[in-house]
Every structure is written in C-alpha cells, then in structure tokens.
Design a protein around this ligand. Sequence first.
Ligand SMILES: Cc1cc2nc3c(=O)[nH]c(=O)nc-3n(C[C@H](O)[C@H](O)[C@H](O)COP(=O)(O)OP(=O)(O)OC[C@H]3O[C@@H](n4cnc5c(N)ncnc54)[C@H](O)[C@@H]3O)c2cc1C
Length: 465
Amino acid sequence: MTAATTTPLPPCDLAIIGGGAGGVLAALQALRLATTPLRIVMIEPREVLAQGVAYATTYGEHVLNVPAARMSAFDDRPADFLDYVVATAPPDGPDRDTLAHAFIERRRYGDYLRTRLQEAIAASSASLQVIHDSVCELDAREDDATLQLVEHGPLHAGGVVMAVGNTPKPLPARGAPQLPEGRSLAAWDFDAVKAIPADADLCIVGSGLSMVDTVLSLADNGHAGTIHVLSRHALLPLPHCHGGAATYDPAPLQAMDLRARMRFLRAAARQAVADGLPWQAAMERIRPHVQALWQSMSITDQRRFLRHVVRQWDVHRHRIAPEVHAKLQAMLDRGQLRLHRGRLDTVMAMDRGLRVSTHTRDGRTDEFDVDYVVNATGVEMRAQTMRNPLLHDLLGKGHAQPGPHGIGLKAARDGRMVDADGEPQPRIFILGSLRIGCVWESIAIPELRGQAETAVRELLALPTP
Ligand SMILES: Cc1cc2nc3c(=O)[nH]c(=O)nc-3n(C[C@H](O)[C@H](O)[C@H](O)COP(=O)(O)OP(=O)(O)OC[C@H]3O[C@@H](n4cnc5c(N)ncnc54)[C@H](O)[C@@H]3O)c2cc1C
C-alpha cells in the first residue's frame, strides 16, 4: 500500500497501534514507568481516544458489565476507577459503598481513561504524540520496527504494542450486502439503533451483550414493536449477583479433562447455593484462574470447548447487571421480546420491510417479516477474516501466525507476537482480543491492564536501538 507523502515522522521509542481502552492502558503505563524523556506515539484513526466499540456509546442506558470496584486501570491501585466515580459523583448521590457495587454508564469509563491519560502526560518525563491515522504495514526486526501509516508514511519505533482490538463480524446472511440502506444496522451503530421508530418490528441477530445494548436503547425509546432475537442457542446472558466468591480450591481443575472440569464446576455451583451463596460465586472463584485453566487444557479439549461449551460458558461468565436482566425478562414475559433458536439463512428486501429466513435445529425453515435487522453477532475472532489490513500484512509476511484454533494471533506467554517460524518478535507485543486463542480470557479490563503493564515493562527494559 502506498502512503501519502507528508513531513517524515521522527522515530519514537514506543509506538502504540490503536487508541481504544487497551492502547490507552499501554500509554498510561509507559508514561508512568518512563524515567527518561521517551517519545511515545499512539496511532488511532478515531478522533476520540479510549472508545473502541465498548466505550464509544454516548447513551446512559449502556452500562458496564462489571461493578465499579473492579474496573481500575491499574493493578496496583484497584480502587482507582471507584475513586474517580466517587470524585465525580453529585454531592447528594449514592455513597461509596453503593457506588462500588454499581454498574456505571460505559461512556463514563472512556472519560475516566482520558482523564487519567491527561494526568499521566502532565506528570511524566515522557511525551505522547497521538496521530490520527491507521497502520497498514509493520516490519519487525531484531533491534527496531517500521510502521507504515496510511497518511503519514513510515515511522521507526524501538518497540511496538499492538492494541487493535475488536473487529465486528459481518451479518452472516445471504443477501446481507444488498439490503436497502438503513434497514440493516450494526448493533454498535448506537445512533442508528436509537433512531429506529418505536413501532417498528425488528430482528436482532445474536443474543449476547451487543443484543442487550440494542434492546436497552429500544426500551429507553419506549419501543412498542416486536423484537425478535435470533441465535443458534437462544441463550441470554445471566445476571450478576452480590455475594462474593466461593472458597473452593480450584487447583484440582488443572489436571482434569474438560468433562471432569464441567462436572466439578456444576458441583461447585450447587455447593455455593447449599452454602447460602448465589451460583455466581462459583464462577467468581475461578475468574482469576481462567487463563491458566485454558492453557492447561489439551488442544483436543480446547476444540471441544469451542464446539460444545462456549455458549454456556459465555452466558455464565459474561453476565449483566441484575436490573438489566430484569428488564429483559419483563420484555420476554410480556411477549415483546421473542427468542428464536436457529441459524440465519437469508434476509430479503420485500415490498414493505425485510423477510428473515432461518433454519431451526429440527430441520425446519422459519420465516418472519420485520422492518429492520440488527447485527449483534459480536467480534470476529479469526485473524484471517478480520477486515484489518495490518493483520493481513503481518500474516502475509510471516511476521505473525494465527493463534491456536485460528483465533487471533499467536503470542508468547509474555505477549510477544510469534512469527511464522515460531520465534517471538523481540520488540512487538500484542494485547487484548488478538490473544484469545492463546489465553482465552483476554478482553476485559483486568486482563488488558495486566498485559499492558507487562508489555511496557519488557519494552522499556530493552536496549535503546
Ligand atoms: C459492548 C462491550 C461492552 C464491554 N463492557 C465491558 C465491561 O463492562 N467491563 C470490562 O472489563 N470489559 C468490557 N468489555 C471488554 C473490553 O473492555 C473492551 O473490549 C475493550 O474496549 C477492548 O479494548 P481494545 O483497545 O483492546 O480494543 P478496541 O476497543 O476495539 O480498540 C482498538 C482500537 O484500535 C484501532 N485500530 C484498529 N486497527 C488499527 C490500525 N491498523 N491502525 C491504528 N489503529 C487501529 C481502532 O480504531 C480502535 O479504536 C466490553 C466490550 C464490548 C464490546
């Protein structure tokens, strides 16, 4: 790809590709760990940092899926987000303890990261330049790396953190690209969802957290039309419940095969309930051990997990605020929200609206007519199909290889990107969802902040090129 010619960019010590939450967490670490006037450059096409798809919403009904007490940007200051929430709350608002358990608006999380970034810039001996552009190529060498920016040309960097995050999946239906404009929407196009007329009937494809966002926006608008939700398993996210973590010892799980692990977890959930705790307490107990559990599973069991267990895992692991769950349940109970189990086949434009055809599990074809279809199928996990030219460049040149099961990219345990020959790239680290195949639990803030800190510490410890 040829870059437009502009004034050449001066080399930098650290380049961060992507300015979503992951990139900002890496910048925060670099700014606070720097002891010399390092030059840090972040490349992000969006105008506003710390948004990505998760925190770009401007709507108050979209809340975090994790209580405020667990969303700090820093491992060593676990209450930092809570401190921010308390400091910015109205004087007559809820007390600190209530806020610690609250599910705060997601838009405020982006504000929090940007506030901490400004504070870190002011306090650091390093400098941060943000370039609004995309990286389309990356050449890795032993001592440095060269990034190719679409508009700004080449940038030489002593080290690179890749935080390119989530790529939404296209609608998995025949006919999807030809649908009339404005009738087929992405769940993450929050403004377009918000503009759906209140009397419209619609079909949301996917039943995970993006579906929840869409339903909340519709409910907030006083939606009166029917909302069909179509997914292969028709499982809805389950609610959080206060009660802390169970106290069982998760160590024996490491040596078990997948079937035994599932039996163990079901028994742990039953035991939690018998002890007067919610079943969620059993999941909370293994939350910090998920990466180790994934890595200790055989490749065959990982494949089995991806084929047979992942949907159940997702609804138990990625839970939603209890009040959000109650709202969905009420809409289901009164028949406004209709759950369909099946696989989307075709969406066709009709004289008035769209016809959605699906295949059900028992081999039938089910059809229903709607005004809009909303794609809430989530993020693309397979690196080869992600529509990101940088990833294609890295794979094509052999600088990277797909992760286990073709998910994301392969990374060493410390996060260094692994090339086609199996060698870790000394100066390129990956963080976030691209590491899911290697560690499974890799998109939530607790993992991102830990990965960001490790990457930055390792890169700063390398000799300057
Ligand atoms: C709807 C939703 C809700 C979530 N809620 C929570 C929650 O409550 N709690 C929690 O812990 N986690 C939550 N998460 C998970 C997690 O916090 C987010 O996924 C997080 O935003 C991931 O950040 P990221 O920077 O890795 O990726 P992204 O947010 O996707 O950001 C990546 C950035 O990289 C840029 N980029 C991509 N390619 C290039 C390129 N070639 N050159 C330059 N820039 C590039 C993109 O423009 C983008 O801004 C949520 C996720 C989603 C999707």
